[in-house]
Design a protein around this ligand. Structure first.
Ligand SMILES: [Zn+2]
Length: 87
């Protein structure tokens, strides 16, 4: 569902990216969680990125209890490249 917020409370994609990890880890407990959830619903690009991180976290939780940081970085780069594909 596409919504065009222009209120002062709206987060930019850049702000969402910065908060995304903490959001997905459940570390944000304030009103920003609602703003981020709204943004992920409305913004395909950020929504895809969130999906990629969720997938990554699930993979790591399932297969790599002590995740190798370099492999994690490669997976992150892969996820970022997916999101960077033109629509
Ligand atoms: Zn966005």
């Amino acid at each position: 569902m596409i919504r065009q917020h222009q209120s002062p409370g709206t987060l930019s994609c850049r702000q969402v990216r910065r908060l995304l990890q903490a959001y997905l880890d459940g570390e944000l407990r304030d009103a920003r969680t609602v703003l981020i959830a709204d943004h992920l619903d409305a913004c395909l690009r950020c929504g895809l990125e969130a999906s990629s991180y969720r997938w990554l976290k699930a993979q790591l939780a399932g297969f790599a209890p002590s995740a190798d940081e370099r492999q994690l970085d490669r997976l992150r780069a892969f996820a970022a490249a997916l999101v960077d594909e033109p629509a």
